[in-house]
Design a protein around this ligand. Structure first.
Ligand code: ADP
Ligand code: ZN
Length: 530
């Protein structure tokens, strides 16, 4: 058939059908593609799996000249090049690991006008030789993938991305398209400023992934909850991902899941490169495996049938969480996400920000994003709606596919319950963790209670109506709301301590709403952690 790339100005729709074999555009793709094909610059904010690649691949084929795609990962580049070649598009990748021989061949191809798509690492691109080479060619566009790497606010900062601002000054007439799945306003602002896209159109959309059922629950018995979730969420053929807070946790989780009869692997940055590649390959290979990973696992995963994603602790930002759960259900079929968190996670994350050496301005932003994440975890209204609002998108109605929509929690005036708990914390000297304080409230005469004489306190046994489980929920919600804090004591212990919000609640000056806690949907066994 005719090669659309040779046509002087092929229509985007034609390219989509003939080259990529897709029936139609998704979401904002068509708008972006027409804008860029017409010579405009832009910034695309779409979640993982939203279909960002076509936003530059199609205009690349609609415009004469070479399209240059900046990509931060060599593996990602190689995958994309292979896929493009399979579609019959002349594509190549230029990066530091490319042998000199192949680099020369690539340059020759460029000179002969035989190359359509050039994937390039940021450090290679901004080398004088590369820029001079490109300046001598006809260029279709620049695409800057994973553009959030330019921003220091996220944890994917790449110093080389900072130099990409040169494209705006050196090639002002060539359209530039930045793409990212990160949508928090600060990062977006950074991208626009650093990449000289202040006047470019912003395309924001497709953050809603209605096929992913989301749920969050206090971590009561991690294994029991995860086990129940895996049983409910897995199908026979798809994969699952468990995001773990640490490397050790990833290893341990993979181990007990294997002992439980699952095909589970670990993945984290501390593994040998060969082991990482092998794990990646097995995951990409399509087996029904479970990947127990740190956030090091993610960029470039394009497996459509990840059926579920679980987090074992509180993510630092809603953006991060959404990006990670967005790896589920890319095939559009029902998928699930579970977030387990505890008061300790909340306190730890807050302390981490407070004690970090970052400038105040950055701390303020990080605190804001953390509080938004806590709000999503502790939501009493549609969780998805809260989450989408973090990205500037309000669907206008509740989703019907999150745990809050499916089992709305009851809210009640928790002032009296909070006062009982707070006074137990103060009367025991702010030196004990939730379990001990709860024992005081429900009147359990443990050896420790006896040792400290806490059975003689006026608060001993004043809270029998709620039960230990209920009280732990109250304590966690008070930590989440900032009415209590957790402080480290000794090696592993945590003590509940007062904050500046404690007194107003104790004096009844600030009414306090609480969420009624039920046994989690995934049926966790009652546990002893907060
Ligand atoms: P992102 O880069 O935003 O994470 P991709 O560009 O990798 O997403 O696209 C995700 C998946 O969706 C890919 O498998 C891609 O082939 C598919 N896809 C994207 N756009 C379309 C479309 N218009 N029609 C059909 N499939 C599409
Ligand atoms: Zn909902």
């Amino acid at each position: 058939g005719p090669d659309p790339a040779q046509d002087p100005a092929p229509d985007p729709g034609t390219v989509l059908h003939r080259v990529f074999g897709h029936a139609g555009f998704r979401g904002l793709q068509e708008q972006v593609i027409r804008h860029v094909a017409g010579g405009g610059s832009g910034l695309v904010l779409m979640p993982t799996g939203g279909g960002k690649s076509l936003c530059y691949q199609v205009p690349a084929l609609c415009r004469p000249g070479i399209a240059v795609v900046v990509s931060p990962l060599i593996a990602l580049m190689e995958d994309q090049v292979a896929a493009m070649r399979q579609q019959g598009v002349a594509a190549g990748a230029l990066h530091s690991e490319l042998p000199e021989e192949e680099r020369r061949a690539l340059r020759r191809q460029m000179r002969d006008g035989a190359l359509k798509l050039l994937y390039v690492s940021p450090e290679r691109l901004v080398m004088d030789g590369t820029l001079d080479d490109l300046a001598a060619r006809r260029l279709a566009l620049f695409a800057i993938d994973e553009a959030h790497c330019v921003s220091q606010w996220g944890h994917h900062f790449r110093a080389e991305y900072r130099n990409l601002g040169v494209l705006a000054t050196r090639f002002p007439e060539i359209p530039r398209l930045a793409l990212t799945a990160t949508a928090d306003p600060r990062t977006v602002e950074d991208i626009r400023r650093q990449l000289g896209l202040a006047d470019a159109l912003v395309f924001r959309g497709g953050f809603d992934r209605p096929n992913i059922r989301i749920e969050a629950a206090p971590r009561e018995s991690e294994r029991g909850q995860l086990r129940a979730f895996v049983r409910a969420a897995s199908d026979r053929s798809g994969a699952g991902i468990v995001y773990c807070g640490s490397r050790a946790r990833a290893e341990q989780t993979a181990e007990w899941l294997r002992a439980d009869g699952h095909d589970a692997m670990a993945f984290h940055a501390g593994m040998e490169a060969a082991d990482k590649r092998a794990a990646h390959r097995r995951f990409a290979g399509g087996d029904a495996v479970i990947m127990c990973a740190t956030i090091a696992f993610g960029m470039g995963i394009d497996r459509p049938d990840v059926r579920w994603v679980a987090h074992l602790s509180l993510p630092a930002t809603p953006e991060g969480w959404y990006q990670e759960i967005g790896r589920a259900g890319r095939d559009g079929l029902p998928a699930r996400a579970l977030l387990l968190y505890a008061a300790g996670d909340i306190a730890l994350a807050r302390h981490r920000i407070a004690e970090s050496p970052a400038p105040d301005e950055q701390k303020r932003i990080e605190r804001g994003r953390l509080e938004a994440m806590i709000g999503v975890a502790e939501a009493a209204t549609c969780r998805r709606r809260l989450l989408l609002r973090c990205f500037g998108e309000d669907p206008g109605r509740d989703c019907g596919n999150c745990d809050v929509c499916l089992h709305p929690p009851r809210r009640y005036d928790g002032t009296v319950a909070a006062q009982k708990l707070l006074s137990a914390v103060l009367r025991t000297g702010q030196r004990f963790g939730a379990n001990h304080v709860v024992d005081v409230l429900v009147g359990r005469l443990t050896p420790r209670i006896a040792q400290f004489g806490h059975d003689r306190l006026p608060t001993f046994g004043v809270g029998r109506e709620l039960g230990a489980e209920g009280w732990r929920g109250v304590a966690r919600q008070l930590v989440a709301q900032g009415v209590l804090d957790l402080e480290e004591v000794g090696e592993h212990g945590h003590a509940l301590v007062a904050t500046d919000q404690t007194r107003p609640v104790l004096r009844g000056e600030a009414p306090l709403m609480l969420r009624e806690e039920r046994p989690t949907a995934t049926g966790g066994r009652p546990g002893r952690s907060l």
